[in-house]
Unconditional design. Structure first.
Length: 161
């Protein structure tokens, strides 16, 4: 059983409902749901759009291999209306990123874990810090709290509701 940390986000459609539906589908397909962070509303990162994102970290325990989890989460994204575009930074109904797969390091053509830009993104670090402030990043060897304190990302981020 591996503890897996995901970042969910979206800025199109009923954002709250899409995040909830993603968690329901993940619970049915990935393993045991453990915990979710609060919802955070954040400005788009890397592009501009009139609608802000809702983001949330979700934790599961899973017996699935990381690439199997990737396949399942990409299928869930598609079911929930995600259309992949040629540009990496764009609006979307749902995005499910694997942030950590236990303390493993995975690097291949389909998946990089830990997520390679966690330390640059407040929208990932705020909800991670809420849940696992003392978790040590397996490559950077710093706690989530330390990474959050050192992050230079200045986009506005607020707890939602």
């Amino acid at each position: 059983m591996t503890r897996v940390y995901f970042l969910l986000g979206g800025n199109i459609g009923n954002r709250e409902e899409l995040l909830s539906e993603a968690i329901r589908k993940m619970t049915n397909q990935l393993g045991k749901y453990i915990q979710s962070s609060s919802l955070y509303e954040t400005e788009p990162w890397g592009f501009t759009h009139e609608q802000n994102f809702l983001n949330q970290v979700v934790i599961f325990d899973s017996e699935l291999a990381a690439l199997d989890i990737l396949d399942k989460t990409q299928a869930i994204e598609k079911e929930l209306g995600r259309v992949r575009k040629t540009t990496q930074y764009c609006e979307r109904t749902i995005d499910i990123d694997i942030l950590f797969y236990g303390d493993e390091q995975i690097e291949n053509e389909r998946l990089s874990v830990p997520h390679p830009r966690i330390q640059e993104r407040s929208f990932a670090l705020y909800p991670l810090k809420e849940l696992i402030p003392e978790f040590i990043h397996p490559i950077l060897k710093k706690s989530i709290k330390q990474l959050r304190n050192e992050c230079t990302d200045e986009l506005e981020i607020n707890k939602f509701n």
